[in-house]
Design a protein around this ligand. Sequence first.
Ligand code: ARG
Length: 458
Amino acid sequence: MVNLWSGRFEKGMDKLMEEFNASIDLDKRYYDVDIDGSIAHITMLAEQSIVTKAEADLIISALENIRKQIAENKVEFSTRLEDIHMTIETLLIEEIGEVGKKLHTGRSRNDQVALDTRLFMRQELNGIKNDIKTLLEVLLTKSDEYKAVIMIGFTHLQHAQPVTVGFHLMAYFQMFKRDLERIEDCLKRMDYNPLGSGALAGTTININRQRTTELLGFTNISENAMDSVSDKDFVLEFLSDSAICIMHLSRFAEEFIIWNSQEFNYIDIDDAFCTGSSIMPQKKNPDIAELIRGKTGRIYGNLISMLTVMKGTPLAYNKDFQEDKAALFDTIDTLRISLKIFAKMLENTNFKPEEIRNHLGKGFLAATDIAENMVKLGMPFREAHEIVGKMVKFCEVNKIGLDEIKDENLNDISPVLTKNMIPDLSARACVDRRDSYGGTAVREVERQIKSGRDYLSR
Ligand code: ARG
């Protein structure tokens, strides 16, 4: 046999054509789900009396044997058989002869690949959900550990207001929680069985799509055959979700790089997760964080590449679609290892409360608190803002902190400014005062952690 579709051809493929056309190097990863799909299909064909029970049994045991052979690395894949679907079907026919030729009844490679992609993604997306959950667990543990350690909260990378380390980490908890929910949404939206769509228009064979839907564990049957074999929006949705998730990871990675710098010195990453320099003996570099930041480019690229693959393709199937594998697999692999390694690095990182505290004095962090205290005493906020601005200016000129302004200078700064307007300016007091829902007060952070725990154990 030259290959499975060679009937109308007079000669075999050009060698370069064969190499160019094949996707086996990538889609061999579908072997397991491809066999699951074929078993469901032939089971249904037997129940519909399209093949006999004996034929189905023979095909199923041969497919299980092929599954085992591939799992044990005993099958040599070749571009001659183009893709995983044709490879498995050819192996089947080689193994059991004529009966094997009945498997592809009422099915096309187009609905087959649409099915395989969904089955494979279902497994991997569930794996990603677990990877994100592990990261969320570590975030809860670390947030709890450092819920009372006060650090500078930044905007524009400028000192803004004091927060706690736990509060800062819980911000990431919320981002990754939404990433998890996005993956769950994606799983829900792709939970449609495309098998039985045929090449594009359905089939004349009396198949039972409801049955394969049950057998394969889908909730729904796809409604329109043409849509089922030509749409990749579930892949694109996942690639978008991944791009957002790695963007979050990349921001976190960037903070790790900053915190690990000598200038900040906020954290100590365990040696096992850093590298040294081949020339500078003193170096301890945060390579994991930098690599994640770097790999973000690939994941964005995969999204753009797949959007571009799809944009000009007429209905229904086009070979362009075969290109989805490179983008999909690379995104899955890159995202998964990034999530795993980051969680591990975070788990093995200690924050340095002493060093973090040493930075607090430098930047007028209590300014907003003075203004808000004036408001509580009856002054309109804008006016209070103006006066505190003058206080900051005075401190800058005199090179002192807000808590070092002397009583006798208050009148010079503003005639309405009095001593009682200035509250406790310690960072601790500033944090404790921010007890609004979602704020940084320790009690509030404890509530956020508790609600995070409830979420994960739902
Ligand atoms: N390897 C192909 C792909 O991934 C399978 C579908 C082939 N269909 C076809 N009409 N040539 O897209």
